[in-house]
Write a protein that binds this ligand. Structure first.
Ligand code: ATP
Length: 435
């Protein structure tokens, strides 16, 4: 039996993934089939709280391979490879309804949705929700078609995300182990040893987005007073487990491994950018010199298949902005980012420089061929006249070729400024150019 939920937390508190641990605890009579799924959806959805994540779990009587994938309040959590028998629908409904109602932050603006079903919704619900904007009516029609049970609180907008999470069939996938704090520590500073996180990042090479070596800052713990202690992401479940247990920290009360679409680029559309609040891959040519605007954001215009587009690297992207500043007219680039409506910019999250142009800069007028004095430009007809002896000359001005501060290759923002869904260059087999 699949159970999915979303939109349970507020900006101030809680975390939807914590509900997964509560649900597993409450469903101890059944086995967990497969891994709990943490599915990120369109990061450009205007009404998301933080990372636009939804959860889906499957319960029943398990068979096949069984492995330990977590621990909740001292008890191990096992996951089975396959299902022998489905869970009782009424049981699952009652328990999940109670858990979602208990832990949702409806008074702080959450609009929770819960979906329970024996079959998954059509795959398109996932693709539409990860790449576009979905109407709730459309989701409800599909849920009726598959005979799902749904519950919504405060408008139940979470049904959209919950259904999309249930509809996900992974083609690319990653894993995340999230650890949770003892309730008596919630809201207090997290005890985490940064040195051990740095070491873990260097040693466990199948993990990603852990540590910013340039600033010495960790990226694995949230900044909110939620129950999460830290989360580590990676490509290999075994290496991930070893990585997590190598971190020195306060003792977690729970930990759980999730299967996820994080770090897959599933949100990227490969069509000409038209509609805002979506993310695109765009090929283009730089057509102007980059400029830095108030707030430290860097903007560069480019021409693309369907017109022109300004690309923006915002202040939080830190040193990635130097890459954008180094672009020059004529450079060919492949840009990845979210199209914003107002101002209409492509908010860059990754960049491939395909080709750089030679950039010649005039540094001064020619010297006079007669007396060697300085010259000044005659005007639009071209040529120069000596300021001393008034001799005219057609000599060219003195130019130098700019040493380009950028080479063809891939560039990405530092780990602290990355999107959950963005595919890190590390996962693409590309090394990162330091800017
Ligand atoms: P957190 O990451 O802390 O769990 P969140 O960022 O996931 O929070 P939510 O509170 O879950 O934010 O809010 C996202 C809301 O947007 C949910 O109600 C979800 O159903 C809805 N939603 C998600 N993706 C789409 C989409 N593509 N189109 C329309 N609605 C969406």
């Amino acid at each position: 039996m699949f159970v999915a939920f979303d939109d349970t937390d507020s900006i101030q508190s809680m975390c939807t993934t914590f509900l997964a641990t509560e649900l597993i605890k409450a469903m101890r009579g059944y086995d967990l089939i497969g891994l709990p799924r943490l599915v990120r959806l369109n990061p450009a959805v205007p009404w998301k709280t933080r990372g636009n994540g939804a959860l889906c779990l499957c319960f029943g009587v398990g068979k096949g391979d069984c492995r330990m994938i977590g621990e909740i309040d001292g008890l191990p959590v096992y996951s089975y490879e396959r299902m022998y028998e489905d869970a009782n629908r009424r049981n699952v409904l009652e328990t999940s309804q109670r858990i979602v109602a208990k832990w949702s932050r409806t008074s702080e603006g959450a609009s929770p949705g819960l979906v329970v079903s024996t079959v998954k919704p059509a795959q398109r619900l996932y693709w539409e929700a990860v790449r576009g904007i979905v109407e709730k009516d459309d989701t409800v029609r599909e849920l009726q078609r598959i005979g799902a049970d749904t519950f919504g609180w405060e408008g139940g907008r979470g049904i959209i995300g919950a259904s999309a999470a249930m509809a996900w069939r992974p083609h690319d996938r990653t894993y995340e182990i999230i650890t949770y704090r003892h309730p008596d520590r919630w809201g207090t500073p997290r005890e985490l040893d940064d040195g051990s996180i740095k070491e873990m990042d260097l040693r466990h090479t199948t993990t990603f987005n852990n540590f910013d070596h340039q600033t010495g800052r960790r990226a694995i713990s949230p900044h909110t007073p939620c129950p999460v202690l830290f989360g580590v992401r990676g490509d290999d479940p075994n290496d991930l487990m070893a990585a997590v247990f190598s971190i020195r920290s306060e003792r977690p009360a729970r930990w759980l491994m999730f299967l996820s679409n994080q770090g897959t680029d599933d949100h990227i559309l490969r069509t000409p950018p038209t509609l805002p609040d979506r993310s695109y891959e765009v090929l283009g040519t730089v057509i102007g010199t980059p400029r830095t605007i108030t707030g430290g954001h860097v903007i560069v215009p480019m021409s693309i298949a369907n017109g022109t587009l300004e690309c923006a690297a915002y202040e939080p992207a830190k040193e990635f902005r130097n890459v954008i500043r180094a672009l020059r007219p004529g450079d060919r680039i492949r840009a990845f980012g979210e199209l914003r409506d107002e101002p209409r910019t492509l908010n860059l999250e990754k960049l491939q420089v395909l080709e750089t142009t030679r950039h010649i800069q005039k540094v001064s007028n020619p010297r006079c061929p007669e007396c060697g004095g300085p010259t000044k430009s005659i005007g639009s007809r071209g040529g120069y006249r000596c300021k001393k002896c008034r001799t005219k000359t057609d000599l060219p001005g003195v130019s130098i070729e700019e040493v380009r501060g950028i080479a063809p290759g891939w560039y990405e923002p530092p780990v602290c400024a990355r999107r959950h869904l963005g595919k890190p260059l590390k996962r693409m087999g590309q090394y990162r150019h330091e800017s």
